[in-house]
Design a protein around this ligand. Structure first.
Ligand SMILES: [Zn+2]
Length: 156
């Protein structure tokens, strides 16, 4: 037969003794009702408004967190990244095959030493670029996996 709805009923523990605080209410001279929670042992009180304020702050923080990590498009992003990695890895093996072919051409006497050096230098810088790109993409993929894990954890 309670007169009020205590929104944090059975949810607030006394900070001193850890006992569940009971709901109370009082009416001020102006006729305004005040709802609070009180520990029956320590007589400690806390107003419901204060609890509400702090839980709203907590919920807002949590919402911000969700907005940051919630990428429903992530599986697609992840797939794109995987495809990009495959593309660059194929490019890398092409370049490495080319390297073998150039060296073979030199051995077969089809290429001058100067030309060999120029070709190899060019090829190596191309290989470096592709390797860096793969590295970057793999890092991106790991971070996406990590974010996905956090999301799953929070959903649980
Ligand atoms: Zn207490």
């Amino acid at each position: 037969m309670r007169k009020h709805t205590f929104i944090f009923m059975q949810k607030i523990k006394c900070p001193k003794c850890n006992k569940i605080m009971g709901g109370c209410s009082s009416t001020s001279k102006t006729g305004k009702k005040h709802i609070y929670y009180q520990c029956s042992k320590c007589r400690m009180r806390i107003s419901e408004k204060k609890c509400e304020k702090s839980i709203l702050k907590f919920l807002n923080d949590m919402l911000d967190f969700f907005l940051i990590i919630d990428n429903s498009f992530k599986p697609i992003m992840n797939k794109d990244t995987s495809n990009e990695i495959i593309k660059y890895k194929n490019k890398l093996s092409e370049l490495e095959e080319k390297d073998t072919r150039i060296k073979k051409a030199f051995v077969d006497g089809l290429l001058e030493p100067d030309d060999l050096q120029t070709e190899i230098k060019l090829l190596n810088s191309e290989i470096d670029i592709v390797k860096n790109k793969i590295n970057e993409l793999e890092k991106l993929q790991n971070s996406l996996d990590y974010k996905q894990d956090i999301n799953t954890f929070f959903n649980l």
